[in-house]
Design a protein around this ligand. Structure first.
Ligand SMILES: Cc1cc2nc3c(=O)[nH]c(=O)nc-3n(C[C@H](O)[C@H](O)[C@H](O)COP(=O)(O)O)c2cc1C
Length: 353
């Protein structure tokens, strides 16, 4: 699949996955991130997208998240993108601001919820002063501060390009800042950033515009959406399709369709391929290519999702944690001859009859 000047060797892509492993709490990637992301590149995935990488310190989900708000972070990412590329995969980065869901303990901490300021946390911001579940209440961003967020995305996109990323994904899903603006359940603003769908989408579109400007004409821009809040009166697939078209007009190339994360306690009908119908709906109702994600765990399922035209590509997360070489195994299982088995691993390739 070729998008702009970027060619992807297959349609199995690595979904962004937070590692909460910047131990110095400085947003810096380290050897863990190199090995974690590098293993997917040796494993045959076409596109390896980093975890949600914060565009500013206060945009981190946890103090241990990665960031790309300074040149030192950029320079370590450059080593990671070089390795990914050396294995024939395309390096991508997910650019993120966590908004009201920032400053939380990492999942395996003994404590949960918001990290207090005196323990290294920070005050959070959002479209409105509405807390997510039991998290700390955010402060509503001023219009000037919103412009600052856009500039943070711009600077992060510029550094991402300098670090060698070919795909820049804007994180507008899972209840993080841009999703908070999109959903009427978290955005109660009465200015030009709230109310109508056009107003709720304004910040995302401003971000996509500057990310495209920094990406230039050759690199690829994705937007990850939560295509439903799984809650009556929330953001939904119909609105997603409309916003995906608007984002495409600002330079986005593909909508990465996920769901949920913006309403604490929403009931989500989790099961195999559970988000694929959302991807198919957005693909049908917008003019935008889509990727599907969510409990796609077998080579046959992945193949069927793409072959049936429900999505243009699949992203896998947890199955790739279990088996970073899933794409190599999938090729064997489906009888596809690929030329990117690492020479070092060729003895593991199943013999062909
Ligand atoms: C460990 C882990 C970390 C994740 N971090 C992110 C993230 O940083 N950004 C994001 O958009 N989604 C994140 N997700 C969600 C995945 O990208 C994916 O959408 C979800 O896990 C469903 O796909 P799966 O069933 O293949 O795991 C994460 C998931 C896991 C398991």
């Amino acid at each position: 699949m070729t998008i702009r000047s970027v060619t992807l060797r297959n349609r199995i892509w690595v979904a962004p996955m937070c590692q909460y492993s910047a131990e110095e709490q400085d947003g810096m990637p380290n050897d863990w991130h190199l090995v974690h992301l590098g293993s997917f590149a040796t494993g045959g995935a076409a596109l390896v997208i980093t975890e949600a990488t914060a565009v500013s310190p206060e945009g981190r989900i946890s103090p241990q998240d990665l960031g790309i708000w300074n040149d030192a972070q950029r320079d370590v990412f450059a080593r990671i993108t070089a390795f990914i590329r050396s294995q024939g995969a395309v390096p991508g980065i997910q650019l993120a601001h966590a908004g009201r869901k920032a400053s939380t303990f990492r999942p395996w901490s003994e404590e949960h919820g918001s990290v207090p300021v005196d323990q290294g946390g920070w005050p959070t911001v959002g479209p409105s002063a509405l807390a997510f579940g039991r998290y700390a209440e955010p402060r509503a961003l001023t219009v000037d501060e919103i412009a600052g967020v856009v500039e943070d995305f711009r600077a992060a996109a510029r550094r991402s390009v300098e670090a060698g990323f070919d795909v820049l994904e804007v994180h507008a899903a899972h209840g993080y800042l841009l999703n908070q603006f999109l959903s009427p359940l978290s955005n109660r603003r009465e200015d030009e950033y709230g109310g109508s769908l056009e107003n709720r989408a304004r910040l995302l579109l401003e971000v996509v515009r500057v990310v495209r400007e920094e990406a230039g004409p050759d690199r690829v821009v994705f937007v990850r959406f939560s295509a439903t809040d799984w809650t009556e009166g929330g953001f939904d697939a119909e609105q997603t399709a409309t916003v995906a078209d608007w984002a495409a007009a600002e330079g986005a190339d593909l909508a990465d369709i996920s769901s949920g994360g913006n309403v604490a306690g929403a009931t989500i009908p989790v099961g195999p391929l559970y988000q694929v119908p959302l991807a198919a709906e957005v693909r049908r109702d917008s003019g935008v290519p889509v990727s599907a994600v969510g409990l796609i765990t077998t080579p046959r399922e992945a193949e069927d999702v793409v072959a049936s035209g429900r999505a243009d590509a699949v992203m896998l997360a947890r199955e790739l944690l279990r088996d970073p070489h899933f794409p190599l195994r999938a090729a064997d299982e489906l009888g596809v001859d690929i030329d990117y088995w690492p020479a070092q691993y060729l003895r593991a390739r199943l013999p062909r009859s």
